[in-house]
Design a protein around this ligand. Structure first.
Ligand code: MN
Ligand code: MN
Length: 412
């Protein structure tokens, strides 16, 4: 049932006042200011006779017809990889959602990348940390730590990697069908199209300096690329043990990968489950905490907020709606599907409601060494009940039925 139908039923039942007239301010329809279709008496107050694109408009039921509890004036917190420019080269592609196009996304820049089997994201580094979640396939990653210790690892769907700021790395798709993953940089201004590339540095260093630096004649570098490669097609690499041996890997480097999907959920109810990976579980990941959440059909990720960091999230499966609450009061509701991204500022209240008939899944990241959250029902059940009763004008027997102990996902 869509919100309009639901509201129609509620008003037919007299729940929100007399039908046919502008609805009086009340529960579900606050009046400062009175917003939402429920307050419009004439059909022409709600119709949209001007130009529109039905295919696109149909993706956003809560923008087209916001709940009467929404109040306009919040910055857009919806973005998507689905309409991001895709840079395609032989060997793979990438697209990104960063602060250039998504103003609210101050702390995190998101990248979605595909590498074919053998496809190489060329040797590079950047000023930001790089966190990643594998979506499909298999990928080989290499890096070097500050002590000069190399790592060569293979990752698959559901795995994470983390490269601290400035440490050099490479990525390569493996068989049978390469890899696709999502990256998060811990700075909203970062770009995958503006990284420090090995080929660029070599081509822009005087040949006599290359000769001195590497102890070989300058002429030996005559064949290096003069333009960067960024992504290019290579050969599927040999077995992991062989590559580790050739890269002179010795034990001792900190683990740069974490198998998030294979970890046990920290929380599981009938409504859903969450797997968290922050520096307590994945010690190298000092600037990015992550949560992989699954919400059952009909389930709700409870009303909560994060006291320590903004939330950046990418939908993996299913569909959901999210409302963000801010001072003012202001509130905005948006709808999300796979490949869409949301961004919620630190401490702003929100929930996630599965609006589809299938499981909903989302991966979220926070620029912090740890995941932290405040649950609304947890707070309200850990106060003197009289305080809650007097504030919300609720019968104590109602408050006594609130879930305790941070349910995370409803139903419990
Ligand atoms: Mn990188
Ligand atoms: Mn959240």
């Amino acid at each position: 049932m869509n919100p309009l139908q639901r509201r129609g039923l509620l008003s037919a039942a007299g729940f929100l006042g007399a039908a046919g007239a502008a609805r009086a301010a009340g529960f579900g329809n606050p009046d400062r200011p009175a917003e939402g279709a429920i307050n419009a008496r004439l059909a022409s107050s709600k119709s949209e006779p001007g130009p529109n694109n039905p295919a696109l408009a149909s993706q956003f039921p809560d923008f087209q017809d916001p709940p009467a509890t929404d109040v306009n004036g919040m910055p857009l917190f919806w973005a998507s990889f689905n309409n991001a420019h895709k840079r395609i080269q032989d060997g793979g592609w990438a697209r990104e959602v960063n602060q250039d196009d998504f103003a609210i996304s101050e702390d995190i820049s998101g990248v979605n990348m595909r590498l074919s089997a053998g496809g190489i994201r060329e040797l590079h580094w950047h000023q930001q940390a790089e966190w990643a979640f594998m979506l499909t396939g298999n990928c080989r990653i290499t890096t070097l730590d500050e002590e000069g210790r190399p790592s060569v690892e293979d990752v698959q769907a559901g795995d994470l990697w983390y490269f601290p700021p400035g440490l050099p790395h490479s990525l390569q798709g493996l068989g049978p069908d390469g890899a696709e993953f999502v990256l998060a940089f811990d700075n909203g201004r970062s770009s995958e199209f503006n990284t420090l590339l090995l080929t660029d540095w070599m081509a822009h260093t005087p040949p006599e300096v290359l000769a001195k630096n590497f102890g070989v004649p300058a002429d030996a570098f005559r064949t290096i690329p003069v333009d960067n490669l960024w992504i290019f097609q290579g050969e599927v690499p040999k077995d992991l043990a062989g590559d580790r041996r050739d890269a002179r890997v010795v034990p001792g480097a900190q683990q740069v990968i974490y198998r998030l999907s294979a970890a046990s959920p920290q929380r599981q109810t009938r409504g859903g489950s969450v797997r968290i990976a922050d520096s307590r579980h994945f010690p190298i990941s000092k600037t990015v905490a992550a949560a992989l959440e699954t919400i059952s059909p009909g389930g709700l990720r409870e009303m909560h907020w994060h006291p320590n960091a903004d939330e950046w999230a990418m939908v993996l499966k299913g569909q959901a709606r999210v409302t963000v609450f801010n001072t003012g009061p202001k509130a905005v509701t948006a709808d999300f599907k796979p490949g869409d991204v949301w961004y919620i500022k630190k401490s702003l209240g929100h929930y996630v409601e599965n609006t589809g008939s299938d499981e909903f899944q989302v991966i979220s990241v926070y620029k912090s060494e740890r995941f932290a959250e405040v649950s609304l029902s947890d707070w309200l059940t850990h106060l003197p009940p009289d305080m809650v009763r007097r504030t919300l004008n609720l019968d104590p027997s109602v408050i006594a039925r609130f879930p305790t102990g941070r349910p995370d996902f409803l139903p419990v």
